[in-house]
Design a protein around this ligand. Structure first.
Ligand code: AMP
Length: 420
């Protein structure tokens, strides 16, 4: 397999799938350009080798051509960050995109319009009536899959090399993230730096694990994390289950949880996960105390109580001091750490303390040589909020993609390039 650090892009026309799905304000100003910055090393390497760039991305979830989701809004920022004046094609398919790609010279760059202006990018028919007959739905799906292949083929025709650097969409089998790779031979398709770094980080944690390995799973619901927890139970030494999920476990074990968030249909599941942890010799660490609030609000009255003794009318919105100590001891003794999800409602300043203490324990362990991977939405927000992102070994840019990767799924965007 080709790798980006060894590959010379000299004289090549390179189609790079990036994830420039950045947030814009109502005047179309970029409010956070992290995702653009993340792809810059790959784009710069291609230009400095003497290649030319065809940059393609999605933005938002448009239903057809929508001004709000035009990538022209981000053209200026891409040019600034890349240090070259980037051309724009007002469509990703058709004569303009083909002509402008064809005209590119070494060191030049072109940004294509939003791939998702076409339903074919995702390969899913749009606008079908909810009550459409099954045959009609099946025929529409088949037709869209065909269009998806044609779209992938056309995008591929602009370039001599395909680079995927869009980890955020690696879990989707879209025209530009996976199908397109079929039109390049093994020597002319590769991962960008970001994608390679994400893969390396996850594989370091899950495959080349230095023990003890601790996973910290937080967040609101067990139901959204079942597959990950089950996969991790076959891999970790310690599993900390925290956040809103705590109370489903506490209730299942016979505790009193007051008004805390709970999934009553997942009590049996919680018990079976506890049993599985025992069977696999995994140390399952749950909270012992909670910071309980008399309402779901930052200004609520609070008290620290044992986790299974939350009074009626109160709800657990964060872990308590005993739990902070318990979790920190496990984390600080670890050599590999994975963190997904806060310990409490960290968006409220008064309930962010537990998440901060977990973040600090990870930072300390990392300082002592542990490898720490943080990812999947809210935990990234946490490390940024607490100013400790640069003390983590790796902060993932992928939300859903990272979670599916940790579940043990083969991601289409990765498989399309390396075959597994
Ligand atoms: P998730 O998207 O599943 O990772 O969950 C993250 C969300 O869980 C955050 O918005 C937190 O505010 C929320 N959360 C964490 N702990 C609690 C809790 N004890 N009660 C209610 N929500 C919580």
């Amino acid at each position: 397999m080709q790798t980006i650090d060894k590959f010379s892009f000299s004289g090549q026309k390179v189609f790079v799938r990036v994830d420039f799905n950045v947030p814009l304000d109502e005047k179309f100003n970029i409010t956070d350009d992290t995702r653009i910055r993340a792809a810059i090393p790959t784009l710069k390497k291609i230009l400095s080798d003497g290649g030319s760039l065809i940059i393609a991305s999605h933005l938002g979830r448009p239903d057809g051509v929508t001004e709000k989701y035009s990538l022209k809004h981000i053209l200026g920022r891409v040019s600034d960050l890349l240090g070259v004046s980037v051309e724009f094609a007002g469509d990703c398919l058709g004569a303009e995109a083909a002509g402008k790609s064809d005209a590119l010279k070494a060191g030049q760059a072109l940004l294509l319009e939003n791939l998702r202006f076409y339903a074919a990018e995702e390969g899913k028919p749009r606008g079908l009536a909810k009550d459409a007959p099954a045959e009609e739905v099946a025929a529409a799906k088949k037709a869209e899959k065909q269009k998806q292949k044609e779209m992938a083929k056309q995008l591929a025709s602009y370039a001599t090399v395909y680079v995927n650097d869009a980890f955020g969409t690696a879990h989707r089998a879209h025209a530009s993230t996976a199908i397109i790779a079929d039109y390049f031979d093994a020597d002319h398709k590769l991962f960008g730096y970001l994608m390679q770094n994400e893969i390396n980080a996850v594989e370091k944690v899950l495959k080349n694990t230095v023990r003890p390995f601790t996973a910290i799973m937080g967040g609101s619901k067990v139901s959204s994390k079942i597959d990950i927890i089950e996969n991790l139970l076959t891999k970790v030494d310690n599993l900390i289950i925290t956040g809103g999920m705590t109370y489903t476990f506490t209730k299942a074990l016979g505790g009193k949880i007051g008004n805390s968030i709970v999934e009553n249909d997942k009590l049996d599941l919680a018990l079976s996960l506890i049993q599985k942890a025992k069977d696999n010799n995994v140390n399952l660490a749950l909270a012992v105390d909670a910071k309980a609030a008399d309402s779901f609000s930052n200004d609520a009255k609070t008290q620290f109580v044992p986790v299974g003794e939350i009074p009626d009318g109160w709800e657990g919105l964060d872990i308590g001091p005993e739990t902070e100590k318990k979790f920190a001891a496990v984390i600080e003794a670890s050599k590999t750490i994975l963190w997904n999800g806060p310990t409490g409602v960290f968006e409220f300043e008064n309930f962010a303390g537990g998440s901060k203490s977990v973040g600090m324990a990870i930072a300390k362990a990392t300082d002592k040589g542990a490898f720490s991977l943080v990812g999947g939405g809210d935990s990234v927000a946490c490390v940024n909020k607490f100013g400790i992102a640069d003390r983590m070994s790796y902060v993932s840019t992928g939300g859903g993609a990272l979670l599916e990767f940790i579940e043990g799924k083969v991601l289409p965007g990765i498989k399309a390039i390396r075959g597994y």
